[in-house]
Design a protein around this ligand. Structure first.
Ligand code: ITT
Length: 181
């Protein structure tokens, strides 16, 4: 099963979680052009449609975003660009003085089975920290608090509760069932 991403941190987590389910995932490192859409579902579906025209094998991709309540869901679908530009420090600055720190990560997975696309979703609620903490994980992990620790401080524990874990759990359970039919 191919997993397509340009993000090494994502691949590391996906292959680790897949192992819990006895599934071997192969990394197809590809930087595909993401369409500009207002919903993650649309980004994932359209990206998978474009890739399916180039690749014969079954594959899946996963698009994630950080949604901050006080910023009306920002950076959301723009998470990748915002991380590359203002980064974690920039997000902390935007959140300066804001007491509502609720946020969530959402992951949308699109699986191409050779004929059609199947969509799955996973979400995890947390808060934006007031400082950068921890050295594990990647991306926004050092500022995303889950039960008092940031994802970057949780090590492998992140893979038990993350948006990625939740979406993959749904996908792999579905995959196992549909293979048994
Ligand atoms: P691909 O699209 O090639 O898979 P990407 O890094 O562009 O890689 P996304 O668009 O899905 O991936 O991710 C949006 C941003 O959110 C990006 O900057 C990631 O680093 C960040 N992100 C995604 N999942 C994360 C996680 O589990 N922890 C922290 N940050 C995460």
């Amino acid at each position: 099963m191919y997993f397509i991403t340009s993000n090494e941190g994502k691949f590391r987590e996906v292959s680790r979680i897949a192992k819990y389910f006895g599934i071997e995932v192969e990394w197809l490192r590809m930087d595909y052009l993401e369409p500009q859409c207002s919903e993650l579902e649309e980004v994932a579906r359209i990206s998978a449609e474009i890739i399916s025209k180039k690749i014969k094998e079954n594959f899946f991709i996963e698009d994630s975003g950080l949604f901050i309540e006080a910023l009306k869901g920002f950076p959301g679908v723009y998470s990748s660009y915002i991380f590359k530009t203002i980064g974690n420090e920039g997000i902390l600055k935007l959140m300066d003085g804001i007491t509502n720190r609720r946020a969530y990560f959402k992951a949308v997975l699109a699986y191409w089975d050779g004929k059609e696309i199947h969509i799955f979703e996973g979400k995890v609620e947390g808060e934006i920290a007031t400082e950068i903490r921890g050295s594990g994980g990647f991306g926004f992990d050092p500022i995303f608090l889950y039960n008092k620790k940031t994802f970057a401080e949780m090590g492998d524990e992140k893979n038990e509760v993350s948006h990625r874990r939740r979406v993959l759990e749904k996908f792999f359970t579905w995959l196992q069932k549909s293979r048994d039919l």
